[in-house]
Design a protein around this ligand. Structure first.
Ligand SMILES: [Zn+2]
Length: 462
C-alpha cells in the first residue's frame, strides 16, 4: 500500500440560504486577511518612521509577529470591535484568512532572502471583493459525508451535492481514508467542495509492466505513440468553441452591463447573457479536463515506463502565435497528471531532457539533422533512407532513449555530461534549437531533483 494525499472534489447544490452563508464565509476570509495585513503594514510603517527620526533600533515599537498563532491571538482580542458580526461565520473562516496571510508573508520573506525558488513574490496586497477568488477552508469541526449525496460542514450543516459522493463514502466507511480538510470554492459558476483525504492506495502494477512507450506531444496531433497505439487527435475544444464564444460575447456587450464609475447595475438581460457566455467557457474547460484525464489514466494503467519530452510550456505560452493552441492542448497538465498517476499505478515517468533532439534524430540509424523546420511533417533520413511521420519518429526516439539508458544503467558519474544547456538566444521556444546536438548521453540519475544536463531523468519510481 502507498500512502497518498488525494483530493476529492464534488459540485454542490446548496440552497439559496446556504449559498449566502457560503459567500459570507468567503467574505470573512477576506476580512481577516485584510485586517491582518493592515496591522502588519501599520507596524512596518511605524517602525520605519521611528527609524527616520533617529530612534535606536532597540527602542523602536516592537515588530509584530507574522506567525499564524500570533495573528489569530490578536484577532481574537479585537474581533468584537473589528467585526462585531463575527459569530455569524465559523471561526475557521477567520483562521483560514489569517493562515493565508501568514503564508503570503513567509513566502515573500523567503523569496526575498533567496530561500524560496521560483519567481519573486511580491508583498501581499489587500484582497478586493471583485478580484478575489471565493474560497474557504475548514480544518476542524464536523466535516463528513452524509449518505450518498450530502456533505456536512461546520456552521453550514448538511449541503446537497450535485453528484454522488459514493466512492469517497465507501472509502471512509471502510476505514481506508481520513478527511484532513474541506475547501469550499466558487469555481466555474458553481460551489464545489474539495476534500483533502489521507488514504492508502494498493500498490498496483500496470497491465504491461515491462513495456516502454514514447509519447510525443504536439499541437497538430495531441499525442503520438511509439508502439503503434493510435495517435490521439488534438480535440481543440477552445478553437471549436471560439465562434460560439464570440457570438455570446457580442450578445453580452450589446446589453447594459455594470459600470463602476456610474455605479450602474447590470440589467437582467446582461446577467443572463453573461451567464450563458460563462457556461460556454466552463464547458470548454470541462471537456479538456475530461479528455486529459482519460488519456493519462489509460497510459499510466497500461505501460510500465512512459517517456515524454520536457516541453518548455511557459516559454511556448510567451509566444503569442503558439499561446492559445498550447494552452488549449494542456501539455503542462498532461505532464503533471502522468507524474502522479504513474506513481499510483506502479509505473514510472521518464522525462527526456529539453535539449534532446527527439524530432531531429533518425530513429533507424541515429543520424541527427541540424535543421528540421516545424512545417516539415515527414522525417526523411539522408543516411538510411528512412521516411516516416515526424511525430512518430520522435516518439520512437523517446522510447529507444530509455532502452539505451536503462540497459546501461548503473551508478551514474558526474563527469562527461553533455554540452552546456543554456537557453539559446531568442529564448527556449520549446521547439528544438537549430544548434547541433551531441548524441544523448546514456546516463541517468535517480532522485527528484536531478542536475540539469542529463538526457533523461526519472521523475517517479515506485
Ligand atoms: Zn537514418
Amino acid at each position: 500500500m502507498v500512502r497518498v494525499v488525494q483530493a476529492y472534489r464534488f459540485a454542490l447544490d446548496p440552497t439559496g440560504c446556504q449559498g449566502a452563508v457560503l459567500a459570507s464565509h468567503c467574505g470573512a476570509v477576506r476580512v481577516a486577511f485584510n485586517w491582518g495585513l493592515a496591522q502588519v503594514r501599520a507596524n512596518l510603517a511605524q517602525r520605519e518612521a521611528e527609524r527616520s527620526y533617529g530612534i535606536p533600533e532597540d527602542r523602536l515599537t516592537p515588530a509584530l509577529s507574522w506567525s499564524m498563532p500570533a495573528l489569530r491571538k490578536r484577532w481574537n482580542q479585537v474581533k468584537d470591535e473589528v467585526a462585531p458580526w463575527w459569530a455569524g461565520n465559523s471561526k475557521e473562516a477567520y483562521a483560514c484568512g489569517l493562515a493565508r496571510l501568514a503564508d503570503a508573508l513567509s513566502n515573500w520573506r523567503d523569496s526575498k532572502s533567496g530561500k524560496r525558488k521560483g519567481p519573486k513574490m511580491g508583498f501581499p496586497r489587500f484582497k478586493t471583493k471583485r478580484r478575489t477568488a471565493r474560497s474557504v477552508r475548514f480544518t476542524t469541526g464536523t466535516i463528513r459525508l452524509d449518505g450518498h449525496a450530502h456533505v456536512v460542514l461546520p456552521v453550514l450543516g448538511r449541503i446537497k451535492t450535485h453528484e454522488p459522493v459514493t466512492k469517497l463514502a465507501r472509502l471512509l466507511a471502510g476505514g481506508g481514508a481520513r478527511i484532513a480538510s474541506a475547501t469550499v470554492r466558487w469555481q466555474e459558476g458553481r460551489w464545489h467542495v474539495s476534500f483533502t483525504v489521507h488514504t492508502e492506495r494498493p500498490q498496483g502494477s500496470p497491465a504491461r509492466p515491462d513495456t516502454v512507450i514514447g509519447v510525443d506531444l504536439g499541437i497538430k496531433t495531441l499525442a503520438v505513440f511509439s508502439d503503434g497505439r493510435p495517435p490521439v487527435a488534438n480535440p481543440r475544444h477552445l478553437t471549436t468553441a471560439l465562434r460560439k464564444l464570440r457570438r455570446l460575447s457580442r450578445a453580452v456587450s450589446r446589453k447594459r452591463g455594470p459600470d463602476r464609475r456610474t455605479r450602474q447595475r447590470p440589467s437582467q438581460r446582461w446577467l443572463r447573457a453573461n451567464a450563458a457566455r460563462n457556461r460556454a467557457e466552463h464547458r470548454v474547460a470541462a471537456l479538456r479536463r475530461d479528455g486529459i484525464h482519460k488519456l493519462t489514466t489509460s497510459l499510466a494503467r497500461t505501460y510500465g515506463t512512459i517517456v515524454v519530452e520536457d516541453l518548455h510550456v511557459a516559454g511556448m505560452i510567451r509566444n503569442r502565435r503558439l499561446a492559445r493552441a498550447v494552452s488549449d492542448a494542456g501539455f503542462g497538465e498532461i505532464r503533471r497528471q502522468l507524474t502522479y498517476k504513474t506513481t499510483w499505478h506502479g509505473g514510472r515517468l521518464l522525462v527526456a531532457d529539453r535539449w534532446f533532439p527527439s524530432s531531429k534524430t533518425c530513429s533507424s540509424c541515429g543520424a541527427v539533422k541540424t535543421k528540421l523546420p516545424l512545417r516539415v511533417r515527414t522525417y526523411v533520413c539522408e543516411g538510411c533512407g528512412l521516411s516516416m511521420d515526424r511525430d512518430e519518429n520522435a516518439a520512437l526516439n523517446l522510447a529507444s532513449l530509455v532502452e539505451r539508458t536503462v540497459a546501461g544503467s548503473g551508478p551514474e558519474t558526474r563527469n562527461g555530461r553533455g554540452a552546456d544547456h543554456k537557453t539559446p538566444p531568442g529564448g527556449a521556444g520549446g521547439r528544438e534549437t537549430s544548434t547541433p546536438h551531441r548524441a544523448p548521453a546514456a546516463r541517468i540519475r535517480r532522485g527528484p531533483s536531478p542536475a540539469p544536463g542529463e538526457s533523461l531523468r526519472i521523475l517517479e519510481t515506485q
